[in-house]
Every structure is written in C-alpha cells, then in structure tokens.
Design a protein around this ligand. Structure first.
Ligand code: A2P
Length: 260
C-alpha cells in the first residue's frame, strides 16, 4: 500500500487470533519497501482524526516473510491497545517506515549458544530470530525461555516453536538446535517460577543438560518486563557478562517489551 500524508505506511490486517483475554496476535500486509533485521521493532498505530497514536511493536515474523506478525497485550485503558484489540481482517494499520532495536546479531560478539530470555509479549522478537536461518549460522544452539503468569499465555510461544520446526526453510536447522523452556508463575505447569529463580537455582540448565551461563561461550538476549531485565542483569553481570550495542557488541543485549 502507499504512504499516507503523515509519512506512514497504510497496511491491512489479514489475520487476528486472540489467545487469552490479555493477549492476541495479528498479521498485516508488508510494505514492499520495508526492510528490517530479525529482532527489530517498528512504530505501529491506528488511523485517527488527529495525529495517529503510535507504539513500538516487535516484529515477530522473520525478515524474509511476506507479511508482518505482532503479538500484543491488551492493556485496560491503554490508549492504543483498547482499540487495537478490536481489529478485524481488512482494517487499516499504520506503520512508520523505520525499524530499529538492539536484539540483533550485530550487537552481540560471536558465541556458541544464544539464550533468548523472555516474559509475556517479550517473546515476539525471539520468534523472528528463531525463524531466521542466519541465527543458526551464528550459533550452534538457540534456547528460548518464555515465562508468563498462566499456561494459556504460553501458547503463542509453543505454537511459534512448532511452526519453526515445521518451516521448510529452517526445520532441519531448528530440529535439534532450538530448545524451548517455558514456565508459569501464577499457576502450576511443567516448570513453575520466575526465570530469575529458575536460572539461579540452575533448574533451567538441568532441564536442558547445560552448564550455568558462561560469558566465554554464551550470549544472552533479554526481552520482557523492566523488573525481569533488572533482576536478570543482576544475575549475569557479576559472572562477567557485559551489555552490547550496535556501536560496541557485547555478551548480552536488552529490550523491554512494549505496552500501551
Ligand atoms: P509474576 O507473576 O511473579 O509477577 P506480566 O504479565 O506482568 O508482564 O509478567 C510476565 C511474567 O514476568 C510473569 O510470569 C511475572 O511473574 C514475571 N516477572 C515479573 N517481574 C519479574 C522479575 N522481577 N523477575 C523475573 N520475572 C518477573
């Protein structure tokens, strides 16, 4: 579609799936000229009479995909998500033409394993990364962790890992090299607890038959609530991990999950 008068792409919703009363996923058409790196985010919004209200959304589809997928929370009273949660196929979505973000391979030094640690909708950029063949060129092993309050909130992550393992482009790479570890904090499931506790108590590593984080070999991406990121930093910085950026790659990178 074309650009509107605000310099935004006007795209169309193609598909919406509500996972819980707090979470939904949607797909939109992709502007042909939009280029992005797997793991980046874009500013997205709905048309309005005045200036459109835009929020940052991680792109959950990989950079080669023909459409764009997003995973959103529904914030009660949230200026954008109150309306966005009602979108239907055919509705218009606005996108800013520029994408950005730190959850990209260039911000990390080379390593053996990539840990992608997420809470809630913070899983979205990692869905993009695990579906990109480049990720398997860079790392021997990819580990996605996803922690939510309840088991039904984990379903999008499960569906996406399954889709990755079926995807002809990456299924052979992902089959034995992509691991998924999911936990819940407010009800029982296979693993119960915050990811910080499951790391500290080595439950994550025992489950995957791996050793504790090692800055010589492991690289970590964090995406989720500010509190989780802060607490994870307090676990990994003392054992020698240092935060990377585009200018200066490091052994971990961080992005908060966006709300509003
Ligand atoms: P909890 O249920 O104990 O708050 P939310 O849905 O609020 O964004 O939270 C997503 C997940 O992040 C929840 O499982 C929540 O656990 C967890 N979480 C919240 N704060 C922290 C923290 N400081 N460290 C680790 N996990 C956290």
């Amino acid at each position: 579609m074309s650009m509107n008068s605000h310099g935004l792409f006007a795209e169309r919703v193609t598909d919406v799936q509500h996972y819980t009363d707090r979470l939904f996923r949607f797909r939109i058409t992709r502007p042909q000229s939009l280029r992005f790196r797997s793991g980046e985010f874009v500013m997205l919004g709905l048309p309005s009479d005045g200036k459109p209200l835009m929020r940052a959304y991680s792109i959950a589809s990989p950079s080669w995909d023909e459409s764009l997928e997003f995973f959103s929370i529904k914030v009660p009273g949230g200026p954008l998500t109150e309306k966005l949660q009602n979108i239907k196929p055919g509705d218009e979505i606005l996108l800013r033409p520029k994408t950005t973000g730190t959850l990209v391979h260039d911000a990390l030094l080379p390593g053996k394993r990539l840990y992608m640690i997420s809470t809630g909708t913070g899983v979205a950029p990692f869905i993009s990364i695990m579906r990109d063949p480049e990720s398997y060129d860079k790392f021997e092993q990819l580990i996605l962790t996803h922690t939510c309050r309840t088991a039904d909130e984990l379903l999008y992550g499960y569906d996406s890992v399954e889709a990755t393992k079926q995807d002809p482009l990456v299924r052979e790479l992902a089959q034995n090299r992509l691991s998924h570890f999911a936990s819940t904090t407010r009800e029982e499931s296979h693993y119960r607890g915050r990811i910080t506790a499951l790391v500290r108590d080595k439950i994550l590593f025992d489950a995957l038959n791996l050793q504790f984080f090692n800055p010589e070999e492991d690289r970590i991406m964090l995406c989720g609530s500010m509190a989780m990121i802060k607490d994870m930093k307090n676990l990994i910085e003392p054992v020698g991990f240092s935060e990377g950026s585009h200018q200066s790659p490091g052994t971990f990178v961080v992005e908060r999950a966006f709300v509003g």
